[in-house]
Design a protein around this ligand. Structure first.
Ligand code: HEC
Ligand code: HEC
Length: 319
């Protein structure tokens, strides 16, 4: 009786142990997998979004050279004895809201201007900061580790909606940063020339960088080459409706002629009104003259803030 009890007791303990042990190893596998996914996602966002200004390798376009490479930024944050948590907190704080006061690279601000805020979810900022802590991101490491090989290749977590959004965000950041620079250095009337001559080549060079096609279209185009087609107008109308009701804007991804095509909203802010607001009230006379000269059938005025100005159209190959 006693012996039996002892045997079954031992059996139960052994069983429990194996269950625990088994659970334990599963848990470990899962964290390994999710860490791998996080790394892959971090690398992808860095490649698509940060890389455009922080490339360690080469310039997208001489005139668009827009920031120091990340491997030169990292040492400014890697102070002696810094913990992972502190590093991640420092980087995250800057990324959530870049300010001159927080910036550690004062010289880079003089050369390139302050970094624009990237509208990334907190969770993505965390995984990017962790990736930056763990990887030195020199040209060799970064170039080989990820970039296009990864984007085009074995990324199992491929999500076209996210990928397209990152391409649009990266392009918007580069366009926006260059536009701000043009307004700051020469004023809005001259920045019209920038939009006129540089918006296309910059968007194209980004698209080439990503190996996709990217364009901006509108239901009220300034440049008639940017007129939205029927499909695009339909989605822009949905966006007008949603913004009117205060609903989340969202995006749309569909398959068109064997390509994956993503639509992402373009909203106005106060800065845009200098060229897309109401003539006289928001648009200076000289700016308006320049616009009329270059775009006689301009339809892109009369906007207020937080309105739908158009959409990004990102066309990707199907993997
Ligand atoms: C449109 C260009 C642009 C994009 C896109 C961009 N950055 Fe920057 N970033 C800059 C510029 C310019 C600076 C240098 C001036 C400054 O420090 O603000 C900078 C500085 C930084 C700094 C150092 C800040 C400091 O001075 O302490 C970090 C960290 C950083 N970027 C991370 C990122 C990450 C991560 C991404 C992608 C999510 C990203 N950047 C995307 C332009 C960009
Ligand atoms: C300095 C003047 C200026 C400012 C500021 C400006 N734009 Fe424009 N925008 C233009 C010009 C000029 C074009 C036509 C570009 C072309 O010929 O490709 C244009 C074109 C566009 C287009 C492409 C569709 C079309 O109408 O041709 C979009 C979308 C757009 N702007 C959105 C914005 C948004 C959003 C802002 C603010 C974040 C903004 N613009 C700020 C001058 C400006």
């Amino acid at each position: 009786m006693k012996k039996n009890f002892l045997i079954s007791f031992t059996a139960i303990i052994a069983m429990l142990f194996s269950v625990i042990a088994c659970d334990d190893s599963n848990a470990k596998d899962n964290t390994d997998i999710s860490k791998k996914d996080e790394n892959r996602k971090a690398l992808r966002i860095i490649s698509t979004t940060c890389f455009t200004c922080h490339s360690p390798e080469r310039e997208i376009d001489n005139k668009a050279r827009t920031g120091p490479p990340i491997y030169k930024i990292r040492p400014h944050y890697m102070r002696d004895g810094i913990t992972r948590e502190e590093f991640v907190a420092d980087i995250s704080s800057f990324l959530k809201e870049p300010t001159e006061a927080k910036a550690k690279l004062k010289g880079a601000i003089r050369n390139f201007g302050l970094m624009p805020r990237m509208p990334l979810p907190d969770e993505d900022i965390r995984i990017i900061a962790e990736y930056m802590f763990e990887n030195d991101m020199t040209a060799e490491q970064w170039g080989k580790a990820g970039k296009m090989a990864m984007i085009n290749g074995e990324d199992q977590s491929m999500d076209y909606e996210e990928l397209g959004r990152e391409y649009a965000m990266g392009t918007k950041a580069v366009l926006g940063k260059n536009l701000m620079g043009a307004i700051k250095s020469k004023g809005a009337p001259h920045a019209v020339d920038f939009c006129n001559t540089r918006a296309y080549p910059l968007t194209d060079s980004m698209a080439k960088e990503y190996n996709v096609s990217i364009k901006r279209v509108s239901d009220k185009p300034r440049n008639r080459n940017n007129a939205a087609n029927k499909d695009e107008i339909a989605f822009i109308n949905v966006l007008h409706e949603r913004i009117g009701k205060g609903e989340e804007l969202g995006s749309k991804v569909s398959e068109i002629n064997g390509k994956i095509v993503g639509y992402y909203p373009i909203e106005t802010n106060a800065m845009c009104l200098q060229c897309h607001g109401t003539p006289e009230k928001n648009i200076e006379k000289l700016t308006q003259t320049k616009i009329k000269e270059k775009y006689p059938d301009d339809k892109a005025t009369g906007y207020g803030v937080n309105e739908i100005r158009g959409i990004w159209v990102v066309e990707m190959d199907k993997k």
